[in-house]
Design a protein around this ligand. Structure first.
Ligand code: PLP
Length: 422
């Protein structure tokens, strides 16, 4: 059997050499890899109940996360949009958004008539608190913190800046459900946590989302906004004079999806535990490879294991390393960070072009209330982040890897580094 040392000397697979992993690894679908009869039975029970709207998920969420308020919602995108509505974000306001997140992290701001303002990320790939403070203007009302690519953002200084400037905080936890920062669940540091249950998330029900908060008043506003703008009691929307009333978005979470999610949420510690173990094993084996740096984070325990982020000496090497790693058989979900799809601000065409939410306009950018909030969103708007993205390579870590597979992945890194880094 070849040792790691001898494998490194072999020709790279991208140049016609043998692959380190010559079979398909399991898919990078954390929650789906853990689906069993529990999810199936719970969904069947929900079907057989022959009942209207049963909100099965909120008590499960409240118990798991230990929070005062929780609700299901049709998607992570919906959770972000409803968060903005609940906080009263609208025209004439600015919301700080990190340069690494996803389209909905921006669209929720735009849809509500406010202007998103780009903030740099650091090497931890979370919002840079110093740049966040620099970007605050008299119009800034809120900040959206995104916990991206397998780790929490550095929450403490972000919350400190936000509180000092009286800003509301929404946490985009789509990629970090069940993740922690300094021992506490992400999603409950700010005012509202927005989560996704989409098929490649830690806990999934194929498509769906949920929201958490310790502020019940805000929770009520979110409940109305995600429904018909009125309270719903026993399956019926109700209104008593004096009740809070608003326009609703019809984003309830299907009870069958709630049933599947209710089975997945308690599995989060197991799912994350498995990813963390694999991530740590690979990390330990690649930590000393000359020329590769591991992503630095404030709280190492906040690494939830779902992604391995490495930094290479320069952009050219990082791009080549991505292609070479893929050729060696690492999970297909491996990307050069600079090209990490529409998660990188300059790759969101609707943002860069300031496409109007209302057709034929540039709304909200051309709204009179937003005059003076003129921002550029093209590549170069965040030079620090651009430089970080250029050197980064991100690999998804499937939630059911064996130790042997982890070791093979580490070998793929050391083989590629051996060839590409002088
Ligand atoms: C960072 C981030 N925010 C928001 C979302 C939106 O979640 P959903 O797909 O459930 O709408 C995603 C989904 O992939 C995401 O990665």
């Amino acid at each position: 059997m070849a040792t790691a040392g001898s494998v490194e000397q072999e020709k790279l697979a991208i140049d016609g050499g043998p692959k380190v992993i010559d079979y398909d690894l399991s898919r990078e679908w954390p929650g789906l890899n853990w689906v069993d009869t529990e999810e199936v039975n719970r969904v069947l029970e929900a079907v057989e109940r022959r009942h209207g709207l049963i909100d099965e998920l909120p008590p499960v969420l409240r118990e798991h996360f230990g929070c005062k308020w929780a609700c299901g919602i049709n998607s992570g995108t919906g959770a972000l949009s409803v968060s903005m509505r609940a906080l009263g974000i609208g025209p004439g306001m600015e919301v700080l958004v990190p340069g690494l997140c996803w389209i909905p992290t921006f669209s929720c701001v735009v849809a509500n008539g406010a202007i998103p303002v780009l903030v740099e990320v650091g090497e931890d790939l979370g919002m840079d608190p110093s740049d966040m403070e620099r970007k605050i203007t008299p119009r800034t009302r809120a900040v959206i913190v995104a916990h991206m690519l397998g780790a929490a953002a550095n929450v403490d200084p972000i919350i400190e800046v936000a509180r000092r400037h009286d800003l509301k905080v929404v946490e985009d936890c789509a990629q970090d459900s069940g993740g922690t920062y300094k021992g506490n669940f992400v999603g409950l540091f700010g005012d509202i946590g927005a989560f996704s249950l989409q098929y490649n998330k830690h806990a999934t029900a194929y498509i769906g989302g949920f929201m958490l908060s310790n502020n019940e008043e805000l929770g009520l506003r979110a409940e109305l906004a995600r429904d018909a703008g009125l309270a719903r009691v026993m399956h019926k929307v109700t209104y008593e004079p004096g009740d809070l009333v608003m326009w609703g978005e019809g984003r309830l979470l299907n009870p069958l999806i709630q049933a599947m999610a209710a089975a997945q949420i308690p599995k989060l510690p197991k799912i994350i535990g498995a990813m963390k173990r694999s991530h740590q094993r690979i990390r330990d084996r690649i930590a000393d490879i000359p020329g590769i740096r591991l992503r630095p984070v404030t709280d190492p325990d906040s690494l939830n294991g779902s992604f391995m982020v490495t930094y290479w000496p320069d952009g050219e090497t990082a791009e080549k390393a991505t292609d070479a790693l893929r050729a060696e058989g690492v999970p297909q979900w491996t990307h050069w960070l600079a090209h990490y799809g529409t998660h990188v601000y300059y790759q969101m065409p609707m943002l860069v072009q300031k496409v109007g939410w209302l057709e034929g306009t540039k709304w909200p950018w051309d709204a009179p209330e937003n005059r003076g909030s003129d921002y550029d969103y093209g590549k170069g708007a965040l030079p620090q982040s651009d430089a970080i993205f250029a050197k980064g390579v991100v690999m998804a870590v499937p939630s059911n890897l064996t130790d042997e597979q982890c070791d093979l992945l580490a070998t793929a890194y050391s083989k590629v580094a051996h060839h590409l880094i002088a």
